[in-house]
Design a protein around this ligand. Sequence first.
Ligand code: GAR
Length: 207
Amino acid sequence: MAGKRIVVLASGEGTNFQALIDAVAGGKLSATLAALVSDRKECGALERAKRNGIKAISFPRTPSNRGNYFEEFLAIIDGLKPDLIVLAGFMKIFPDWFILKFPMKIINTHPSLLPCFGGTGFYGLHVHERVIESGARISGCTAHFVIPAVDAGPIILQRSVAVEDNDTPESLSERVKEVEHEALVEAVYIVLQGNYRISGKRVLHPE
Ligand code: GAR
């Protein structure tokens, strides 16, 4: 997998992106972080890219690109020649045609145990709010391939955490991120190695 180019897309703080930076720096992933692309003008993930000498591209939606935002986004991504695209807290939903340009080359990390608490409207702290409201005692994260149906692609791996009685969306988010960082690195490792097979909604790989 050496030399494989990863393009990371993120909208927020970028702690999952940081986990990928650390994994590459520490030799756990032998790949290149080709760029961080964000739909925000400014965010923690963009700052982390700049601090680590990784190409940082900010491409927010504006009145002038509104009509062809995703076409222009595609041109940016194509220009980066990615082997793998990682959505690490990326809050825009791509149109189906965009996803179909990269079959099984986009993976996402989601902060719940899919298929629960996923789909349109389930992102960031909203997910944790809904988990707490539901009374669920277990939550977690899911790394999965991206297909045109939101949060419904084949599951690469999941990690669980307990939902505590006094959890707030923020505290649950923190606890989920602790396991999510490691899970995302492992999912990227599995996909870059290519040592897996997709069987329905499940991704089979040696443990
Ligand atoms: C992560 O918990 C990720 O699962 C979630 O946003 C957070 C980003 O944190 N993604 C979604 O909700 C996508 N539907 P980070 O910016 O610290 O990596």
